[in-house]
Design a protein around this ligand. Structure first.
Ligand code: CA
Length: 367
């Protein structure tokens, strides 16, 4: 065949394929999917083995996917340190050493500082606002744009709800009491605490109890009543402060290597997305349930005083939180870009949140 014939032959083939309709996934659905092909994937998490709710949620997700896909997508879940250290989950998924990871975006603040907005920032949005932003107001698209250079895609899979302010071995009556205080408080919260004159300490969860009990630490934040009691923190300090201004609703992420993701048939991708959303809700509901149960138990314990931060202290933390975020934005254009998108939605949502939930809650408490 000469060149012209070659071209015509190609054109005819192209037309035949297009008219046949078999190449269009929107029309053919799953007709072309090879149902005998199975995918064996690995997921690494940042949580300790058997860590309640968090690690459970990751394992529950894998089981849901296995059942819904009839075993075609089989995900083996490894806790932090079992296959890779907890803080190397991002790199392991990014490099394709494993296909999936479960953690929270602020763990990667050293590498991707702007990722912190997809977790939680001091005086930021609670779970409701985060869900509205991520799913409906461009938050998720922005998150994926930020992760794209790392060959990663992400989606929410869990929320802690509003955390507690932390355990203190002395009462906090004014900003004076923060000065020199050695507190385990990571991330942006730690930066705010430092501006307030405190001394933030970096420490892994496993070391907190002993440090607080021995007085190496004066205070610590962890999660909420349920996880804090599990760690025994109520036996190591007397004053339990609220609210958790530094983590008002920490989002967990399901991260997936993008090259591996693109190899999955559409139906399996949909199953992953659906199972992630379902377990996002499951984790959040578990947190709310177990925290209220644990709070009831804490209230009966003689040695624990549950106290609200003084207004003066909260308002100063809030001022310093804005200062911290503004300074980070000046130093980093990507941080600024995400900060602006986050703030645009947060201020837009504020009006409705105040008028609906806040007003209702205030009414509910009227005598
Ligand atoms: Ca925390």
């Amino acid at each position: 065949m000469n060149k012209w014939n070659n071209f015509l032959y190609g054109l005819v083939l192209l037309l035949l394929t297009a008219c046949g309709g078999t190449s269009d996934p929107a029309i053919s659905g799953n007709a072309a999917v090879d149902l005998s092909k199975t995918f064996k994937w690995k997921m690494v998490t940042t949580w300790p083995a058997n860590f309640p709710i968090f690690q459970e949620g990751a394992e529950r997700f894998a089981e849901d996917v296995r059942v819904m896909s009839n075993g075609r997508l089989d995900i083996h879940v490894y806790a932090g340190g079992e296959l890779v250290p907890a803080l190397q989950v991002f790199d392991a998924v990014s490099n394709g050493v494993v296909e999936m990871g479960h953690g929270s975006p602020y763990y990667w603040a050293g590498k991707v500082p702007e990722a912190q907005f997809f977790s939680s920032v001091p005086f930021g949005m609670t779970a409701k606002g985060m869900n509205a932003w991520l799913y409906n107001a461009g938050g998720l698209e922005l998150w994926n744009e930020i992760y794209k250079p790392f060959n990663l895609i992400a989606m929410p899979m869990g929320n802690t709800g509003v955390q507690m302010g932390g355990w203190f071995n002395k009462q906090i009556n004014s900003m004076e009491d923060i000065r020199g205080l050695r507190m385990r408080i990571p991330g942006l919260g730690g930066k705010v605490f430092k501006k307030a004159g405190g001394n933030p300490v970096l420490m892994a969860g496993s070391e907190i109890y002993t440090a607080l009990e021995r007085g190496t630490l004066d205070a610590t934040e962890w999660v909420g009543p349920f996880h804090d009691m599990r760690l025994g923190l109520n036996r190591a300090a007397k004053y339990y402060y609220y609210p958790g201004w530094h983590e008002p609703g920490t989002v967990f992420e399901l991260m997936i290597n993008n090259s591996k993701w693109s190899l999955l048939p559409k139906d399996l991708q949909k199953i992953v997305e659906t199972a992630a959303a379902a377990n996002s809700e499951w984790i959040y509901a578990q947190m709310e349930y177990h925290n209220q149960e644990a709070l009831k138990e804490l209230r009966t314990k003689q040695n624990v005083q549950i106290i609200e931060f003084p207004k003066e202290v909260l308002s100063e933390f809030k001022r310093l939180a804005k200062e911290t975020l503004d300074e980070e934005a000046v130093a980093n254009p990507k941080f600024k870009q995400v900060y602006e998108a986050y703030e645009t939605f947060r201020t837009s949502y504020e009006g409705w949140d105040e008028l609906s939930e806040e007003s209702y809650q205030a009414g509910l408490r009227l005598k």
